[in-house]
Structure formats: C-alpha cells, structure tokens
Design a protein around this ligand. Structure first.
Ligand code: ADQ
Length: 766
C-alpha cells in the first residue's frame, strides 16, 4: 500500500507540475507580448512627437545642433537613448549610455534602404531595451533616420516575477493535491482495504466475528464476494469445528451438519418424505407483495437439514393466503425460496375439512383424549368421516410424490395422521414408514372412550416404526393395543406383530436445536452479566408499566393442558402466604392465541383473563401488579429475550408429551442462571431432573417451589442450570431426528414384503 501511495503521489506531483509549468509558460508569453506591444506603441508615439524637433537640424545638416537636441529630447522623454542618422547612416547626434548606443545600428540600415519603421528588442550586459527606428523625411524626400531606445528591462523583470509566483502557486497546489489525495486514498482505499484484510485474517485464523462493516461501496462486487466467502468460510469452519468437537466428544453431540451427512451417507437411493399438518414455509399477501415466513417450529429445524441433504419432499396442508400463487401445476414448490433444495407439496383443505378434521376430530377429540387434563373429548361421526377423508387425501398426495422412488422413507408427524401409515403401506409395502406421536398416549382405559380406537390403532400399526416422547407413552400404547386388537405385543422388545407385519415402538424424546458448548467448570459470579440481566428485566417490564425486582415467566399456547390457571393460583397462594413478594415479584405470562374457534379454548381464555384480573385487582399497587398477561404470538428473538431476562420459568402443564418451552428456556440461558419450575406431568421432567419438579394441581407445593426458586443461591442455580444445559445439548433435536430416521433405516421389513395387505382391511377387535 505504501508503494502504491508513493507512486500515486509522485505521478500526481509530476502531472500537476507539467500542467502548471506549461500553463505558466503560455501566460508569460502572452503577458510579455502584451507588454512589448504596449511599449512599442508608446515608443512610436514618442517618436512621432519628437520627429519635428529633429527634422529641422537634420535637413540643415547641423550636427552640433542635433547633438544638443538629442540630449534635450532624451532628458525630456526619459528614453534610454536617441540617435539621429543622415541618409547614409552616419550618426549625426547621439545621446545615451555608450554600451547601448554602440550596440545599435542594425535596424537603421533597413529603414534607410526601405523607408520603413523598424523595431527590435535587444540587450547587452544588464541593459534590455526596445530599439525603434523611424525614417525621417523632408517633404517627400528621405533625409535620414532616428533611433529611440527605451528601457525594456521591466518586461523581463515581470517575466521573472511571473515565473516566481507561478512556482509558489504550483508548490502550494502540489502540496494541497497531494494532501487531499493522500487523505482520500487513506479514507476510501487504505482504511477499507485494511478492514477487509483484517476480516480475511480473522477468517483465516478462525475469529470470523464481524468487526463492523467495512465501507466497501467503491468496490462493491469485491465486497459481496468477500462477504459471501466470509459466510461460507464461517459455516465451513463451524461445521469442521463441530465435527472435531463431535469426534472429541466420542460422537455424543449432534449438529445440523452431522445429521445431514449422516442421512446422506445412509439414504442410498431412497428419498425421504415428511408429512405434517403444518407447512414449513407459509406464503402470505402483504399489500402487493408476497412474503414467505417460517413458522416457529422445532420440526422444521430438525427435518430441514435431512430434506436438504437428500432432496426430499415435505407434504403439508397449505395454510397461507398466497400459497396457491407460488406452487406449480402439481401443487409443488421448491424450497427454501432463496436456495431451493427440496420440494414442498401442498394439500388444500376446505373450510369444512379444517373444521371437522382439524378442529373437530384432531383437536376436540384426540387432543383431550390423549391429555389427562379433564377436558372432555368430543367425538362426532361427521368429524371422524372427514378425518378419514383427509388422511386419504394426504396418502394420495404422498403416493403420487413417491411414485418414482424405490424404497422411499416416510416420516409422518402427529395425531392428525393416525390412519396414514396403514394407507401408505397398503399401497407401497416397500416404503419404510415411521410416525411420531407428539402428544402423550394415555392408559388403555382413557383411550378406550374413543369410538374408533381400533381403527386408529390399526392405522398406526401400518407403520414400521412408531415413536413417542417417553417410555411411559410407549407402554401405554402397547397396553392399549393388547386390549383392543388381535395382535402379538412383545413388551421386552417393544414390538407389535399383526398379520405378519411388525411395528417397533420406541421412545424418542424430542428437543430443541441447541448446539452450544456448555461452560461447565467456569466458576464465580459475573456481576456485569447480572446487571445486564436486571437491566433487561427492568426494560421489558417497564413496557407494561410494572416495576419488580424479580420476574417469573410462562410461555405457552393458550391451551388448557398447559396449566396456566394452576400457575396463577400458585402465584396467588405465594403472595398470600409470603407478602414479602408483593411489589417484588411479577409473573409475565406470554400466551399465544391457539385453536380459537374451539369453544373450550375460548372458555379457557376467558377464565385466564378473569383470574389475572382478579389477582391483579387484589394485590396491585401504583407501579406494580403481580401478573402481566401478553396475549400474542412472539417471534423467536422476543421469546429468547424474555427467557434470558427471567429469574424463573414456570412450566406447569397438566399433561404434556414433552414441552419444548422447558428446554428452550434452558438452551437460552448462556449465563447459566435461572431456575426452571417444571411439572412432573411433562415428558421434559424425565430428562431435566435439576428443575424444581412440581405437581401443578398442588397449589401450595407449587407456590413453595416458586419461593424456593426465587431464594435459591447463585451457586445452586448455576450447578443445576449447567447440568440441564448439558443434558439438552447432548440430546438435541438433531439427535432426535437422527435416531428416528436411523432406526427406521435399520429395521428389517421382512414380513411386509409381498404380503397381501388387502386382507388387513377388516379390523378384528379382541
Ligand atoms: P405444543 O403443545 O405446541 O407441542 P410445546 O412443546 O410446549 O407445546 O411447544 C410450544 C412451542 O411454541 C415452543 O417452541 C414455544 O416457544 C412456542 N410458543 C409458545 N407460546 C408462544 C408465544 N406466545 N409466542 C411464540 N412462541 C410461543 C406439541 C406437544 C408437546 C411437544 C411438542 C413437540 O403438545 O408436548 O413437546 O409438540 O413434540
């Protein structure tokens, strides 16, 4: 850069100098010409005015008179010299310094020969002059000539002066231009280049954090390339580091990259098909534009790397109001929109289907059936009909998509598609089909109230692999099958054999996408981090006009299984029994509106709002109220901010398959602080043993757990959080996906091959 700068500066000096010298040269020439012209004119006037004084004595040939006249005229005009010649060129009168007069005479010969005026500039020694020669006449006859010599030295002096001034001007100009150029080079080139170099060096050395955006507007194509390269390098390095970490950790930890490689290596020629009710990309109209959003869902995080790696197909119901505008003639779209890697096939549901299959059978029937939350399931024959039809429509779509694939792998999601595994296997016995049941499976007595339990079980048993969150749900399922269907269940190996087809039942605890390295072993408090968290808490609470020293947090869909009312009762109990917490503790409940068309959900919302109002009315003061209810869906970043600012997170589900909020809270706590109060009726309670486990039905015990959490020592909080973070990291969502899909690939499909599955049409109920 120095050499470049030196060269640039030298080139600038040379070019500025050449341009300035040339321009000065022409200035001097023009100026000199003007001065000479003016001097010549003046001298001519002078000559004309003194001519009569000389003509008389010259005509008379009176040389002594001429000598006197020339002396007088010289003194009178201020000329340098005056000389008068006769017609033959002899000097008749002369006045002026001898060095000058002796050097004259050339012009007079010409004048006497041609009778013309002549002028010439000359110099000798220190003298510089203009010699103007006039012909002198007597009437028409040429009688001689007169030379007037005037001083022209000032013209030379002005030339020199002009050059001198020009020199200083050029010098000042060069300095100014060089300084400005050097500054501009530094600002626009050297500085950004330095930043780019620094960034590249950081990339090379592995510290690729952004060090502020270098202003590369001058070379934006280069900037884009550098940024793209930086991103790819960062991703590659992260992946390599993750790989190294995994090797180091004896392959205990899973990442998106490892999952993708793992699945690509094992997929062979099989294509992967995922079926879920919710789609991974939603297109919605926003004014004149169509915007694409990814709904917050752990499933997309887990399954997208697999689908990307194997160019799979995701079949889901189109829910966005612009979804139909972006699909092709076969209802397909390549996604992600900005880097298409796999296909999304959309199935369109009518309003009636939405209401009967989704709201009705799935959410008013199966949801309360599987959750022991004391909300009565509602089963309507019309809903069941519709549920079957929609399952068939999804099956048709999946079968169409996998028509060209050999031994396809299908991963079905959740209770919306209990019949799908059977429908798929019947048409494609070579397909490997897994279904994951995201909600609990109750005991056989509870499940037995469903009028179509046998059909549901038969549908599920079409799968080769059936996953639940925890072993208890697997056992409940096997017990239900035992009771309801004619089949052979093996509790030890967790399989069901029915008409020669085996279904393996396994627990796969779902999780979140946490890939960080736990800071185990780090010790001591970080007062700065504590202060930052307190600041964040104050700022978040102040948005609701509340001041409190401690904050408890609940994040849920507004669902009766989540125990929101029980949580409020526990808080009320705490405030009643421990007045100390009045004006000190605030519970922030973020509740995303959910299934709002279903009466039991509308009813729950009204009851929650009523309870919040009651508690607040009872305890609130000028700047404090015990409960802040935020009824909306927040984005991922917002939820994370709340998690990080909270002292305590309350998960009080009455019954929950897993509950991802508990794991999200743990994953968000980089500061290794915060307490988790967790219901014993969640799947998460099996894994997060360091949470304060509570029975949400026992308000007093739950209140005590909240108090214990708020009063827990920093060291205890830290130790518990560290252990929970390690657990979540080692059992993240990538491990979940790898386990389900890995097991599905490993299964032997021996008995399904070539079997006449049409015989399985009629379901035999034991
Ligand atoms: P859900 O019943 O939906 O899932 P959960 O596991 O708690 O329950 O996940 C809820 C998700 O929604 C979390 O990711 C949470 O962050 C998010 N969420 C909740 N309220 C929100 C809000 N107000 N704003 C933004 N996001 C919010 C079902 C089963 C569970 C099982 C999961 C996964 O009922 O038992 O754990 O599937 O299998």
């Amino acid at each position: 850069m120095h050499l470049f700068r030196m060269r640039l500066i030298l080139a600038l000096i040379a070019s500025v100098t050449i341009v300035s010298v040339a321009s000065t040269y022409f200035d001097v020439l023009a100026h000199r010409h003007a001065l000479r012209q003016e001097l010549e004119n003046r001298t001519k006037w002078m000559g004309l005015s003194i001519e009569p004084d000389v003509q008389g004595p010259l005509a008379a040939g009176d040389s002594s008179a001429l000598a006197g006249v020339t002396q007088l005229l010289r003194a009178g005009t201020g000329a340098l010299g005056i000389m008068v010649y006769d017609v033959r060129g002899r000097v008749l009168g002369s006045a002026g310094p001898s060095e000058v007069t002796s050097a004259l005479g050339h012009g007079v010969t010409k004048t006497l020969e041609k009778g013309t005026e002549e002028s010439a500039f000359g110099h000798t020694g220190e003298w510089r002059w203009l010699e103007e020669v006039f012909p002198l006449h007597n009437g028409r006859q040429l009688i001689g000539g007169m030379t007037i010599v005037v001083d022209a030295g000032y013209i030379h002096e002005q030339d020199v002066d002009l050059w001198r001034r020009s020199f200083w001007r050029v010098l000042a100009l060069v300095i100014l231009i060089v300084a400005i150029t050097a500054g501009m080079v530094g600002w626009f080139l050297t500085r950004p280049m330095k930043r780019v170099t620094e960034r590249l060096r950081h990339l090379r050395t592995g510290h690729a954090e952004k060090t502020g955006e270098p202003d590369l507007s001058l070379f934006s194509p280069l900037a884009r390339e550098v940024e793209t390269m930086a991103e790819s390098l960062k991703a590659a390095r992260a992946a390599a580091e993750a790989e190294a970490r995994l090797r180091e950790a004896g392959e205990r930890w899973w990442t998106a990259e490892r999952l993708a490689v793992h699945m690509r290596d094992r997929a062979g020629s099989s294509r992967i098909f995922v079926v879920s009710n919710r789609e991974p990309y939603v297109h919605a109209r926003k004014g004149r534009e169509i915007v694409c959003t990814v709904p917050p869902s752990g499933l997309v995080t887990a399954l997208e790397p697999v689908l990307r790696a194997c160019d799979g197909v995701w079949v889901a119901s189109g829910s966005g109001d612009a979804d139909k505008l972006v699909v092709d003639g076969c209802d397909r779209q390549r996604v992600p929109p900005d880097e298409p890697r796999y296909s999304l096939r959309r199935v369109w549901l009518t309003d009636e289907e939405e209401s009967k299959y989704y709201d009705g059978f799935a959410n008013e029937g199966l949801w309360p059936l599987c959750h022991i939350a004391h909300t009565r399931p509602i089963f309507r024959a019309g809903d069941w009909e519709c549920y079957q039809q929609v399952n068939q429509r999804f099956a048709d779509a999946v079968l169409e998509e996998m028509a060209e694939s050999e031994e396809p792998v299908v991963f079905v999601q959740d209770y919306h598609f209990a019949l799908l595994p059977r429908l798929l296997k019947r048409a494609r016995p070579d397909a490997r089909v897994a279904i994951f049941w995201h909600i609990p499976w109750p005991n056989p007595e509870a499940f037995g109230i469903c009028p179509w339990q046998a059909e549901l079980l038969d549908g599920l048993l079409g799968a080769d692999l059936l996953g639940f969150h925890i072993p208890l749900h697997c056992h409940n399922f096997l017990a239900t099958v035992d009771r309801v269907l004619e089949s052979r269940t093996d509790r030890d190996h967790m399989t069901v054999s029915r008409r020669g087809h085996f279904t393996t039942v396994r627990p796969y605890p779902i999780s979140v996408a946490y890939e960080g390295i736990p800071n185990v072993g780090a010790d001591g408090d970080d007062p700065a981090a504590e202060e930052r968290r307190a600041q964040e808490r104050r700022s978040l609470l102040s948005e609701s006009g509340v001041r409190a020293e401690q904050m408890a947090l609940g994040v849920d869909r507004m669902d009766y299984t989540k125990g929101i009312l029980e949580r409020l009762t526990a808080l009320e109990q705490l405030l009643e029994e421990h007045p100390y917490y009045r004006e000190r503790l605030a519970l922030v409940q973020i509740a995303a509106p959910s299934r709002t068309r279903i009466p039991s959900y509308a009813d729950l919302r009204a009851r929650v709002e009523e309870a919040v109002e009651r508690i607040n009315w009872r305890y609130q003061t000028a700047h404090w109220k015990p409960v802040v209810l935020i009824e909306r869906q927040c984005n991922h970043e917002e939820v994370r901010r709340w998690y990080q600012a909270a002292d305590l997170c309350l998960v009080t589900s009455l019954h929950d398959g897993m509950n991802l909020v508990a794991k999200e809270f743990v994953a968000a706590r980089d500061d290794e602080d915060g307490v988790l109060v967790l219901s014993k009726f969640t799947g998460a309670a099996m894994e997060l043993r360091d949470a304060l486990i509570v029975n949400p039905y026992d308000a007093r015990a739950a209140a005590e757990a909240i108090r214990a959490g708020l009063e827990m020592s920093r060291a205890d909080r830290r130790q518990r959080m560290q252990r929970m973070r390690r657990q979540v990291m080692e059992h993240n969502i990538y491990l979940w996906a790898a386990s389900v899909l890995g097991d599905l690939r490993e299964l032997r499909l021996d008995d399904a091959e070539g079997m006449d599955l049409s015989r399985a049409e009629s379901i035999s109920v034991s």
